[in-house]
Write a protein that binds this ligand. Sequence first.
Ligand SMILES: [Fe+2]
Ligand SMILES: [Fe+2]
Length: 156
Amino acid sequence: MKDYTRVIKRYGGDILASGGMRAERRFMQHGSVSTYDHSIAVTKACLYISDLLHIKTNKRSLVRGALLHDYYLYDWHKPHDGHDLHAFSHAGQALKNAQCDFKLNKIERDMIAHHMFPLNIAPPKCRESVILCVADKICAARETAAGIVKKLGRGI
Ligand SMILES: [Fe+2]
Ligand SMILES: [Fe+2]
């Protein structure tokens, strides 16, 4: 895969340097992957998919929406912390937090709000959001599978 680090820094440098993203390094997303690392992986996958399929996108928004898609800023593994039904509610929380900390355009708002489609039933409206939906599921499956393989290696 092409090295997308530079384009991510160019369009999302302020996001990467934010306190919220620093906090994401402490929260685990899938298996032993932090929400921060998951968000970077998803952003790279979004850029790769759009290049691979020659999909014309707003690259800046693709990067920013992908980096912020899981900006819900809590540890979803800890119960009773006001975040029940995480899978259904975290896209809304991520959007709320991201709007507080950054100025988002329509594409970026749509990407964050609808990245859990079809679990959240309202479908995405932009092509950047569709790419994010696919990239997020690919990365989540890979990260979860890696966690399972690791546990199997230890005899679970
Ligand atoms: Fe998510
Ligand atoms: Fe995600």
